[in-house]
Design a protein around this ligand. Structure first.
Ligand code: AHR
Length: 512
């Protein structure tokens, strides 16, 4: 049987778990909002039209921060359309997704939903078709307590308390030619710097995210980050990263190795940001906001491109409602591992998206909502990763992947919570056919040799009656989930586990 080992020591940690790592994203796109989180006619909607069944699933999933309102949508959005009496709100063309935007859901509804779902709001401003003034107006409306035209307008609209939004994205993917208001790096860098500078005059407590590249295959990747940061370094706190992975042409081995690409992407952007800091003689550290990541079958989306192929304009059409299987969930688990491993520099991350649109939660109008397979690794890690991120010494058998070269069979991350004396290990076996024999040296955590109590050992894997393509759907919403992981023991300071083929597991040990 292939094998792997981990040695860990609580003295070797990268830092505290940045809880904003477990973020998500709702965009005015497809049925993410309408029929997703908002559906006034649904039997489970509250008085504000918010679906309580979906809110319950969101709370169970456990995102800490949620980005809004886009995405590509934000680049031709007027935030003013979404505030004030709903009956007076204009219907507009949304050019990003070729839809009609009714504006029945806007800023105030989002803030009410965020409170109900217990998440921190992360707002994006439109730097595609708009600029400094509109960003300032939105910030004043949102965060200023009162006594000015825009803060008083918010109060008149029924929200007496300021929203106090701390995290702001300076536009979205403006390096992409598909973006409305697409810009060169220099054009965007100047605009981000001036918008950021002015926004911090309104509210110095906010944190700002500059757009990095839309993905690491962009022809301008690297040089875009350098130019933007040269202009905006003083005014921003984060640079963004976006990445989507999929299984292409049956190359499952490369797909399963996607986290290696994510590791490399993160480390490249950290180096680039630090190099610009050095060049500018600026000791401030720019952190990373990985504010769009997931599995997304983009090749299928392009084949039936709803946005370009449709001639009529409709409200909230079904767009990229990908159905996720076991393999996708294991890959999502490894992407979460990669983010946690880099928690010293990636301090904000948002899985894209939350409901219906490439999402862990699905919902049907007037009907059910349910958990997709990718819900489970996210909920496990968001719920359990507390304390410090440990630096692991890993040794693993490996295999060759076409796209990303040699890939270890084991992909792992771990946290140590000194207060509760709990070790939590997140471990994937990328091997398709064989179980992986795992040994974890725990002696430094447990010098007294009490061995620790196995509090929980769960896995997401292929069921006896399933395949790696098994998914959850409305009829069978629980086909794939976390099930007990058998064959886990702790003996003489070593944890031994047999990780099933193609699996993502969580093992929690209590050293009280
Ligand atoms: O998440 C879907 C889309 O992917 C977002 O709108 C955009 O930012 C990205 O290209």
């Amino acid at each position: 049987m292939p094998s792997a080992s981990i040695t860990l020591d609580p003295a070797f940690r990268t830092g505290e778990v940045p809880r904003r790592l477990f973020g998500s994203f709702v965009e005015h796109m497809g049925r993410s909002i309408y029929e997703g989180i908002y559906e006034p006619s649904h039997p489970k909607a509250d008085d504000d039209g918010l679906r309580r069944d979906v809110v319950e699933l969101v709370r169970e999933l456990g995102p800490t921060v949620v980005r809004y309102p886009g995405g590509n949508f934000v680049s031709n959005y007027r935030w003013e359309d979404g505030v004030g009496p709903q009956a007076e709100r204009p219907r507009r063309l949304d050019l990003a997704w070729r839809s009609i935007e009714s504006n029945q859901f806007g800023l105030s509804e989002f803030m009410r939903w965020a409170k109900l779902a217990d998440v921190e709001p992360m707002m994006a401003v439109n730097l595609g078709t708009r600029g400094v003034q509109e960003a300032l107006d939105l910030l004043e409306y949102s965060n200023h307590p009162g006594g000015t035209a825009l803060s008083d307008l918010r109060i008149k609209h029924g929200d007496a308390d300021p929203y106090d939004v701390k995290l702001w994205c300076l536009g979205n993917e403006l390096d992409g030619p598909w973006q409305v208001g697409h810009k060169s790096a220099l054009e965007y860098g100047r605009l981000a710097a001036e918008t950021g500078r002015a926004m911090k005059l309104v509210d110095p407590s906010i944190e700002l995210v500059a757009c990095g590249s839309s993905n690491s295959s962009m022809p301008t990747f690297g040089s875009w980050e350098q130019t933007v940061l040269r202009e905006a370094y003083d005014y921003v706190d984060y640079i963004s990263l976006h990445a989507y992975y999929e299984e292409r042409d049956g190359d499952v081995e490369s797909f399963l190795a996607s986290a290696l690409d994510m590791d490399h992407f993160i480390e490249s952007v950290v180096s680039t940001a630090d190099a610009i800091g050095a060049e500018l003689g600026n000791r401030k550290r720019i952190n990373l906001s990985f504010d769009e990541w997931n599995v997304w079958y983009q090749s299928k989306f392009h084949a039936s491109d709803i946005a370009v192929g449709r001639s009529e304009w409709v409200e909230h059409p079904r767009v990229i409602e990908d159905e996720y299987n076991v393999t996708d969930a294991v890959v999502v688990g490894t992407l979460l591992n990669s983010l946690l491993r880099h928690g010293d520099r990636v301090t904000v991350a948002c899985q894209a998206q939350l409901v219906n649109v490439i999402a862990p939660i699905r919902s049907e109008p007037g009907s059910d909502s349910w958990r997709q397979t990718i819900f489970h690794p996210f909920a496990q890690m968001a719920g359990r990763a507390t304390g410090s991120v440990l630096q692991l010494a890993v040794s693993s058998d490996s295999y060759e992947s076409e796209k990303f070269g040699t890939a270890p069979l084991l992909d792992a991350s771990a946290t140590w919570d000194a207060e509760s004396r709990r070790l939590t290990l997140f471990a994937a076996n990328r091997g398709l056919d064989d179980a992986l024999d795992l040994a974890v040296d725990l002696r430094s955590l447990d010098p007294a040799g009490t061995d620790g109590r196995i509090e929980d050992a769960l896995t997401l894997a292929v069921a006896d009656d399933g395949s790696r393509f098994t998914a959850n759907d409305q009829q069978r919403p629980d086909s794939v989930g976390m099930i007990p992981l058998s064959n886990v023991v702790v003996d003489s300071g070593t944890l031994k586990a047999e990780l099933p083929p193609l699996s993502w597991s969580v093992i929690a040990l209590d050293f009280q």
